[in-house]
Design a protein around this ligand. Structure first.
Ligand SMILES: Nc1ncnc2c1ncn2[C@@H]1O[C@H](COP(=O)(O)OP(=O)(O)OP(=O)(O)O)[C@@H](O)[C@H]1O
Ligand SMILES: [Mg+2]
Length: 427
């Protein structure tokens, strides 16, 4: 996708914030450009990492979430706060690289699975027909194997019950909360005989189970792993959210040594180093990092300088105004007003928003952000919840269809007066 296409795709969900979208889109396109160069040229070109900075609730995390769905590249979103300095109990920052590789493995595996899908399904049909012919409960007398396979492939028998044996995977055991889990089965898997258990399932389900077992056999895991590591190294994107929470000098905030420690630990990873994973070594030089945070209490300049230097692109996100709120309420696919409409439609309530009603909600949100605390678009959620609270509560068991119009007057009555009163108290 061209940068413009990426931006317009993001436009479907995120209102405004053009600069942030643009920066991200350019960075993505640069990955592609780099991939077209000769190997020697490629080595010299490292990604221009980005910091997205802006008040709370203006779309930073939302951009990351939408981006993740958009890009076909291995994409990992992490919170900076979940890491602790090496040597302390907790997750070390290198684990983000290991997690990225896992994402990449899943991505490549899924692609390979798609390639072998038809063959895997044929094999599954084959296996299941063998089993069903041996125990022909409910099958027509003397049905031939070919006929049975035919019926299975056409999904004509999907609802029938069959007994099959499936692998009995032991549940992973969590050793220490938060640190990670270990799958005893995968350690002893090669030593212990594979355990199976009998299960009665529908034909549809049996085909699914067999097809997934067969596709595992059809793909070459070694090449999946090589490819996945390669993709993580060259196309990987790590979005580090809440970066501001690890900024701030330890002296200002008491004995908070670990924050700066985490920054120091992140440094080599962003700078380019080699992290060993269970799929082999991963070079981090070409992974794109996007950091984000409000940087309200601590500033970008509170990050250790070496780290700042590794994020050359700094984008400020705008705080949101009334017009933005109007759009956020209505434009995005599955916008918040649509969500409430759909929810209440279940109880036979037809919620209708007029244009001036929407605008009034936006006005109230903007007012409250100014007088109380600026929490950005999250304010809309609390206001909407307040507006529909009574509607939501006052339903009858077998209510007949009710149309409720949310117009300016409705919002004012249900809300404005109260927020004015509230304002009085605040002032
Ligand atoms: N520009 C926007 N366009 C559409 N929706 C938005 C926008 N900004 C915020 N929202 C909505 O508000 C919610 C909160 O936004 P988001 O999680 O992106 O905040 P944030 O910028 O990451 O804030 P924080 O600094 O507190 O993490 C999102 O779920 C999203 O639905
Ligand atoms: Mg956020």
């Amino acid at each position: 996708m061209t940068p413009k296409q990426i931006v317009s795709e993001l436009d479907r969900y995120i209102i405004g914030q053009f600069q942030a979208k643009k920066a991200v889109a350019i960075a993505l396109r640069n990955r592609y450009r780099r991939s077209k160069l000769t190997v020697t040229d490629r080595e010299e070109i490292t990604p221009k990492n980005i910091i997205l900075k802006g008040p709370t609730g203006v779309g930073k995390t939302e951009i990351a979430r939408r981006l993740a769905k958009l890009v076909k590249a291995p994409f990992l979103k992490v919170e900076a706060t979940k890491y602790t300095e090496v040597g302390y109990v907790g997750r070390d920052v290198e684990s983000m690289i290991r997690d990225l590789v896992e994402v990449s493995i899943r991505l490549v595996k899924d692609e390979r699975f798609k390639e072998v899908e038809t063959r895997a399904f044929e094999k599954a049909v084959d296996r299941l027909s063998e089993i069903m012919l041996k125990k022909a409960d409910g099958l027509p007398e003397g049905i031939s194997k070919i006929d049975l396979r035919n019926e299975l492939s056409k999904h004509n028998l999907d609802q029938m019950q069959v007994e099959i044996s499936v692998a009995d995977n032991p549940k992973p055991v969590e050793l220490q909360p938060g640190v990670g889990e270990i799958n005893l089965g995968s350690i002893f898997g090669d030593i212990l005989p594979k355990k199976t258990k009998k299960r009665t399932v529908t034909v549809a389900e049996a085909l699914k189970i067999f097809a997934s077992e067969e596709s595992e056999k059809l793909i070459d895991l070694d090449s999946v792993e090589t490819e996945a590591v390669h993709r993580a190294e060259n196309d990987g994107i790590i979005f580090i959210d809440e970066m501001d929470k690890i900024a701030g000098k330890s002296s200002q905030n008491g004995p908070d040594v670990s924050r700066e420690g985490v920054q120091r630990d992140i440094l080599p990873i962003v700078e380019g180093c080699t992290v060993s994973t269970k799929y082999g070594n991963v070079k981090t030089d070409y992974i794109l990092f996007i950091a984000s945070g409000a940087f309200h209490v601590s500033k970008v300049s509170d990050l250790i300088p070496e780290l700042q230097g590794r994020f050359p692109v700094l984008v400020d996100l705008d705080s949101l105004g009334v017009n933005d709120f109007v759009k956020i309420l209505t434009v995005p696919a599955n916008a918040i007003t649509d969500q409430y409409k759909k929810l209440l439609a279940v109880d036979n309530i037809d919620l209708q928003f007029t244009d001036d009603g929407i605008r009034e909600i936006a006005n109230v949100a903007f007012d409250q952000n100014n007088t109380l605390e600026d929490i950005g678009a999250r304010r809309l959620q609390s206001i909407m919840e307040h507006i529909v609270e009574d509607i939501s509560y006052d339903i009858d068991e077998e209510g007949e269809k009710k149309v409720i119009l949310i117009d300016k007057a409705y919002v004012e009555n249900n809300f404005r007066t109260e927020s004015r009163n509230l304002k009085k108290y605040v002032l």
